[in-house]
Structures are given as C-alpha cells and as structure tokens.
Design a protein around this ligand. Structure first.
Ligand code: 2P0
Length: 335
C-alpha cells in the first residue's frame, strides 16, 4: 500500500493504467539495432481482453532511485528494464523525479503470454498519466518499444501493425482494425508453465548470428505483413490463417536452424498443431500460432470457440486452456 505524501501529490503525480498482452500473427524476430532495440521486421498482432496487467506509477521527488514491485514483492529480474524504460520516459518529457511502480497481472506470468508487452505498455501509459505529459499513442509506443519490441503493439487495441519506416531506422505502430470490427477469439493451450530456456532477446541475437536462413526470414516478412494487413481489412479468415501459420512456422524454422538450435516446442506443442490443422481441414475456422515458448495459441471465429477449447483441453499434456477475446489498448484507470 503506497501512502502519498499529501493529497496534492496524489492528484498530480500518481496514476494507474491497464494493458493487455498481444499475440503476433506476423512475427517479430530479429533486431536491426540492438542498442535502440529496433526490430528487423514489422509485425501484426491482436490485443487480448481477458488478460490484464495493472500498473501504478507514483513519481516522488524524495525518492533516490526507482523502485519496482511485482505482485506485491521485489522483482530484481525486471527492475533494471523498468528503470531503463522510466529513464527513457523522463528523458522524453523532461522529468527528473524517480518513481515507485507497483504492477500485477491477472494471468499466469509463466504462461508464455508476452507479459513484458502488457507490462511495459501499462508502465508508459501510467507514467504519462501520472505526469499529465499527454504524449500521443505513437510516442508512447515508441518508448515502450525500446523496452520490449512487442510492447509497442499493446499500446493499441484490436488489430495492430508495427511497420518499419525511414528505411528501417524507425517504427510506426498503429491500430488497423478495432476489436469489435472483427471479434476473433483466442484459446491458449498451456503445455508447460515453466520459464522458457532462452529469452527472446538472446534467442533473436543467436538466430541472427548463426541461422543461414535468417536473411530469407527478414526478406520475406514485408510480403507477409502486406498479405495479413489485406486479410484483416477484408475480414478474410482463411487468408489470415494461411499467412499467420506460415509466418509462425518460418520464425520457428530460423530458430531451429540456429546453432545451437532453439527448440521452443515440446511434444504436446506438436500434438496441438496437428489437432488444429485437422480441425481446419474439416472446416472449423481456427488456426494456430506459437511464440518463443511451447504454448499454442489457437485463433478462431467465435462459433468455433467452444469446440476448439474443448478439443485443446483434451490433448494429453495440455495443463490448462485460457480463453480470451480481443480488447482495447493500454489506458489509464481509476485507482
Ligand atoms: C512477437 N516475440 O512478434 C515475437 C514472436 C516472440 C516470438 O515479440 O527483445 O520480448 O524485448 O524486444 O518484446 C518477443 O518480444 O522482445 C516477441 P524484445 P519481446 O510477438
């Protein structure tokens, strides 16, 4: 429980924001500039609604360092990245005060659900609201992106595209379709809730250095993005399914061809892929995507949700399934 020093400070310098994780359908894997955390490829994602990060930021001139609490406790593993992101934010808006940050998720952090994306999106939106800085969403996405590439996408809701601009020296992130305009559903099959073996940043750098297929991955990304963007605009589920599965499998192909190989899947991951391909082959509107971990995300039309959830839950080795619809972007809330 944070006790503000006085009511004025509470009004002026503290705010709470929520953000949701997102799932990329056209994947981001690789950096063109590690220092700037610039992605080597654009990406296209959907923002979820059922899973939420809530973050409170309180700027206080009397603090001598930033402080970060996660789920009520110290989180030394994340504190450095939180401090760096806050530093970036202060630099952008000309602020000097350190901040106390309290964050929590209403979903399992180890579920392979991009909690860094919702975490950094909520952080920058709460910081912006606390200081009344009024940065526009594109600027917030830019600050969040430097902390975690996927976080830029969680600033926005629904269908979101992160594009490379200026010959790859910058990015632009924007919503391409509101969530209500095409209310897809998502089932996450958790096949292993342990921590992943190799984090995304290390995995990307290894892939870039060692996979002979990495240049082909980067070269093929713009066409996938254009195809997915068009499919979303047309609400063409089959077209989105085809390009999304292809992008996912190409990303895992460059991971598998790194030395040493990055094998994020387990046997249950593969069983889920076969199940979902089988369902789609008999006309069930569903496709899969998988990130840097063994969980399988099934994206489906609402009418298929009950069956997809039931069938995935029945795959031996699936620990549990989480269900979500599409949600809005990161935003301040009362609290
Ligand atoms: C994505 N992933 O597009 C891809 C697919 C994982 C696999 O974005 O290094 O944790 O912090 O910028 O944000 C993981 O991204 O990576 C990720 P960093 P981040 O969702």
């Amino acid at each position: 429980m944070i006790v503000p020093r006085d009511p004025h400070e509470r009004t002026m310098k503290q705010a709470t924001a929520i953000a949701h994780p997102n799932i990329a359908l056209v994947k981001y894997w690789g950096k063109s500039d590690v220092e700037q955390n610039l992605p080597a490829v654009g990406s296209l994602s959907i923002t979820l609604d059922g899973l939420t990060t809530t973050t409170r930021v309180r700027f206080d001139e009397s603090l001598t360092a930033d402080r970060f609490l996660f789920a009520g406790g110290e989180a030394p593993g994340m504190a450095g990245r939180v401090t760096a992101c806050l530093g970036d934010f202060r630099h952008r808006v000309g602020a000097t005060a350190y901040a106390e940050v309290e964050s929590d998720n209403n979903f399992p952090t180890a579920a392979g659900l991009a909690s860094s994306a919702s975490g950094f999106a909520a952080l920058v939106v709460a910081a912006d609201a606390a200081l009344g800085a009024g940065l526009h969403p594109g600027e917030l996405a830019e600050i969040a992106r430097r902390a975690s590439g996927s976080a830029a996408r969680s600033i926005f809701g629904g269908f979101v595209e992160l594009s490379l601009v200026d010959g790859g020296r910058g990015i632009e992130t924007r919503q391409i379709l509101e969530p209500a305009a095409w209310p897809l559903a998502v089932v996450v099959a958790v096949t292993d809730s342990g921590p992943k073996a190799v984090g995304s940043t290390d995995g990307m750098l290894l892939t870039e250095r060692t996979s002979p297929y990495y240049p082909a991955w980067v070269a093929s990304s713009p066409a996938d993005l254009a195809e997915a963007h068009s499919a979303v605009e047309r609400r063409d589920f089959e077209a989105l399914a085809a390009v999304s599965e292809s992008s996912c499998l190409k990303m895992h192909s460059v991971m598998l061809s790194a030395r040493p190989a990055l094998v994020y899947w387990n046997g249950t991951t593969v069983d889920c892929i076969h199940l979902l391909r089988g369902l789609r082959a008999v006309g069930v509107p569903v496709f899969f995507t998988i990130d840097a971990g063994p969980q399988v995300k099934a994206i489906c039309l609402p009418e298929a949700l009950e069956r997809v959830g039931r069938e995935l839950a029945g795959v031996p080795g699936v620990e549990r399934v989480l269900v979500s619809g599409l949600g809005g972007g990161a935003r301040p809330v009362a609290g």
